[in-house]
Design a protein around this ligand. Structure first.
Ligand code: AHR
Length: 346
């Protein structure tokens, strides 16, 4: 049970959180018989003198950083929809550092927020801090990226993309492109942040699809940390040490956009001399695809803010929520990107 409920001055009888606590401190993933009641966006507290007040739901969110266009769109979506839902959002930017995220989560626990959300920069190393949140009775919602913890009771739900599937879609396009040739196709890969779920899974999905095609060879693979600057730097190094690169598979648009600068500086034509496959589908990526510089985009949707706020309301109302919700995503060829660009939202 949350320590807040034990303190003397106020008797907190709020309608939502007590219900969660009463479910046995099970991090809110619980059942209850109020499943059909409309979700609330406030908590109600009653003082010793019997006065009741409505308090905004306090939502602590630890974001990975601001490494990419995708991340910026995701942050905006979360901030805007928290505002719209009337939540008190405590937002913390971890600047791609796990220790900053752990600090932020501990600070949310100390502040006794109602719910914690975070997108884990890497997969491992979260058990201790997640146990602390659980012991404090604060439900945790994972967004975008998951953790590799075997104890799934440490979080209520995970809302985000299927990164393995994204890698598979990239691989399937490649296999189809080269189905009529037996000549070796030299692929270079720009991986996302080392140890992050999207880097691990997008690699796995891609390799799974191409592994039975002997002529499709990854000749170099290195992290570009999901940033444009690193994507450019690593691509320059790839171009220096590999004469015949046919394909670039970049785990996100930003790294591909950096790599495009390196390819052009080397006097080559991106999209023609080197075919480019990316993941995300940010506006800049769509722009490059409509100019023929990116050949195939696998979409990863960052705009799940409204869905996240609904999930929070449900969790705090004690409703059953699915342990995993996968965001829906498409793929785009050059022609499809051209058509979709004017209405692209992020
Ligand atoms: O976790 C999602 C990934 O993180 C996006 O694909 C990438 O652009 C971001 O930095």
């Amino acid at each position: 049970m949350r320590k807040a409920y034990k303190s003397g001055a106020f008797t907190v009888l709020m309608s939502l959180m007590l219900l969660v606590a009463a479910c046995g401190g099970n991090n809110g993933a619980a059942t209850n018989d109020k499943a059909n009641e409309p979700a609330k966006t406030t908590t109600t507290t009653t003082t010793d003198s019997g006065t009741t007040t409505d308090k905004k739901i306090v939502f602590g969110f630890s974001q990975v950083g601001a490494e990419s266009g995708w991340r910026t769109a995701n942050t905006t979506s979360i901030q805007e929809s928290a505002k719209e839902a009337g939540f008190d959002l405590k937002f913390s930017d971890a600047q791609q550092k796990q220790e900053n995220q752990i600090k932020a989560i501990r600070s949310f626990i100390q502040q006794k927020v109602d719910v914690i959300g975070f997108s884990p920069v890497v997969e491992s190393g979260w058990d201790t801090v997640l146990k602390e949140a659980k012991d404090a009775g604060i439900p945790v919602i994972l967004t975008d990226r998951s953790v590799d913890s075997t104890d799934t009771s440490l979080y209520v739900t995970f809302l985000g993309s299927d990164f393995v599937l994204e890698g598979e879609k990239a691989g399937e396009w490649l296999v189809d492109q080269y189905k009529d040739t037996t000549e070796q196709v030299n692929i270079v890969e720009l991986q996302g942040t080392t140890g992050s779920a999207p880097a691990i899974d997008r690699k796995e999905g891609f390799e799974k699809i191409i592994k039975d095609h002997d002529n499709l060879k990854i000749i170099a693979s290195q992290t570009g940390d999901f940033t444009r600057a690193k994507g450019k730097e690593v691509m320059q190094a790839f171009l220096k040490s590999n004469k015949d690169i046919d394909v670039l598979y970049a785990h996100n648009d930003d790294m591909a956009l950096g790599a495009i600068q390196a390819i052009e500086a080397a006097g080559l034509k991106p999209g023609e001399d080197i075919k480019i496959i990316t993941v995300d589908g940010i506006k800049d990526g769509f722009q490059a695809a409509s100019e023929g510089k990116i050949n195939f985009i696998v979409e990863c949707n960052p705009l799940f803010g409204p869905q996240l706020m609904d999930t929070i309301k449900d969790v705090l109302a004690g409703k059953e929520v699915p342990k995993r919700t996968v965001t829906e995503e498409g793929t785009f060829t050059i022609e499809q990107a051209k058509e979709a660009l004017p209405n692209r939202k992020y």
